[in-house]
Structure formats: C-alpha cells, structure tokens
Design a protein around this ligand. Structure first.
Ligand SMILES: [Zn+2]
Length: 310
C-alpha cells in the first residue's frame, strides 16, 4: 500500500457530482439480481462495488463519471504521483522486458506472424518485444503515454479506445489486453470488438485478476485490485462466458501466468537497492507456486491469463 492513500469514511464524497446514476442491472448478463458487495474506502474518493447473483460479475456501482475517470489517466497515473498508479514502465523497461520476451515466445507458439495490437499499450514497451515476429499496433487512451508510443511506432498507435479506432475487421493476428479489461465499463462489448478485429485463427490474450480465486475471496474488500480506475472485476467463469458468447473456438487458461517464475523474478529486480531486497524473491516464488494450486474452477491465487483462439 502506498503512503499517499488516505483512509476516509465511506460516503464522504459528493456523490452526484462525480458518479453516474446507479445501474439497476448487471452490465454483463442484464440480470436485475445485483447485491451490494463492498464499500472501498481506502481511496479518496471512495466507491462501491456490487455483485450479480446471476453470473457472479463484480462491478463498480455507481461508476465514476467519464470526466472523473479521465483524470485517472493523466501524467500522475504513470509517474507514480497518485496513490493508485502503476509504475512508470519506461524506468522499468529493461526489467519488464524479461517477462515481455517470454510472453511473446508463448504467443508465437500459437500464432507465427502478422499484425499485433496491444490495447492499452501505454508507452509501447511490450510492442518492442512483439516486433521480433509481428507488426506492432497499439491503442492508448492516455495522451501522455500515447505521445511517447507514437514517437516510436508512428500512426500505428491510436489515441482513443476500442470504440473509436480506425482499424479494419479481421486485420490482426494477435490482440492483447494486459491489465486493461478491468478498466472498461463493458467487457463484453470490448471482447466482441476484439473478435471482430481478429483474423480467423487469431489470438486474444486477456490478463486480469480472477475474482473467484481464493486470494480475492479471502481478502474481500481489502484486495488490492479494488481501486478507483477498475470498473469491472471478472471471474474465470465470467471470462469463459464472455469468450464463448463472442464465438472463440478455443479457450486456454494459464495459472498463474503464461510465463515461468524466472522472468518474474528478473522483472522484480526493478527498484532493488540492497541485497536484503532480494528477500522479496521468497514471497514472489511462494505466490507463483501457490498460483499453480487449483482444482476445477478453484484456484489459490487470483492470478490468471486467458488465451482465446478465434
Ligand atoms: Zn450478471
């Protein structure tokens, strides 16, 4: 947990000004059987999440207004100045490259060449690894990171979303959404659009937390995935349902991720300053191994990567 996070009582935010109207139905299956699940109060502003008793989908309800969400993707989001930010991948790029290269090899086992679209490509780091086999394309919502990605890949990088891009039907062999789908209000429409953009035999990669994992269940409302930019919290069952509805022929799940422990350890070295920092490897190793514990739909951690083949 970062120091900047304020602990505030729930409901202190001026709700009408920053939230949309509350949804009475599940955005995934349209069921009206939705129940309040958690009040997430460790951020300012705080927010609520509901759970659909029909399909199990967890979602922010009411959602922040678009104008509020837009503020989450400014420069502070990427430079580490917000409580809920990601690290700035440009500093960490040579460490993250260990993971990116392994992931590209795994994808290459399934799809050999073609155009490669990274949705939510940020500064375009992952696309550098993808260039080994594929022609890189990206979609990025944040102008701050889009400017950097565009300086590398030119017009192949679209500033915007899956709803307003210029790309043509069946033009991509691979599409990746890494830690992206949880930011979207309508995951089903997003996956439908990816399906439309993929060539037959093309691959869609989705990485997001599995909310059915024991980790998410045990940690409840304190689970770190609950943060203001995250609107949609999917389970493995939800992901299978979405990909099936969209028409994907084959679905592959990787627990905990689609690469091994070693690249993960190498990536974690970013920010290590002393020998003591390497003790984090014990925690990371145990987490990785725990991620392999599963039985049917049960899994010990919430780490999950899904490949859908069209
Ligand atoms: Zn539902």
């Amino acid at each position: 947990m970062r120091e900047k996070i304020k602990i505030i009582p729930a409901g202190i935010s001026p709700a009408g000004k920053i939230f949309e109207a509350r949804s009475a139905t599940c955005p995934l299956c349209d069921s009206s059987k939705i129940m309040p699940l958690y009040e997430i109060i460790k951020y300012e502003p705080g927010f609520s999440v509901d759970r659909c008793t029909g399909c199990g989908f967890i979602f922010m309800n009411p959602r922040f207004k678009k104008s509020v969400l837009a503020k989450f993707y400014g420069d502070n989001y990427y430079t580490g100045n917000e409580g809920y930010t990601y690290f700035d991948e440009r500093d960490a790029e040579k460490f993250a490259m260990h993971v990116w290269r392994k992931r590209i090899e795994k994808i290459h086992d399934k799809v050999k060449a073609g155009s490669f679209l990274d949705v939510g490509c940020a500064f375009g780091g992952f696309l550098k690894a993808a260039q080994k086999y594929y022609t890189p394309y990206g979609i990025e919502l944040s102008e701050y990171s889009w400017v950097v990605a565009k300086s590398i890949y030119g017009n192949n990088i679209h500033l915007g979303t899956l709803e307003d891009h210029p790309f043509h039907e069946e033009s991509f062999s691979v599409i990746t959404m890494i830690e992206l789908i949880e930011h979207l209000p309508d995951p089903l429409s997003a996956v439908k659009e990816c399906y439309r953009l993929l060539k037959p035999g093309g691959l869609l990669l989705i990485q997001t937390a599995n909310m059915d994992g024991l980790q998410a269940r045990l940690q409840g409302g304190t689970y770190s995935y609950y943060m203001p930019g995250h609107l949609s919290y999917l389970s493995k069952k939800n992901i299978r349902m979405i990909l099936g509805k969209c028409g994907f022929k084959k679905i592959l799940f990787y627990h905990p991720v689609d690469f091994g422990l070693f690249p993960k350890l190498m990536k974690s070295r970013y920010g290590f300053k002393t020998l003591f920092d390497y003790s984090a490897w014990i925690r990371i190793t145990l987490y990785h191994l725990a991620g392999k514990i599963r039985l049917g739909n049960f899994s010990a951690t919430s780490s999950l990567v899904t490949y859908g083949i069209k």
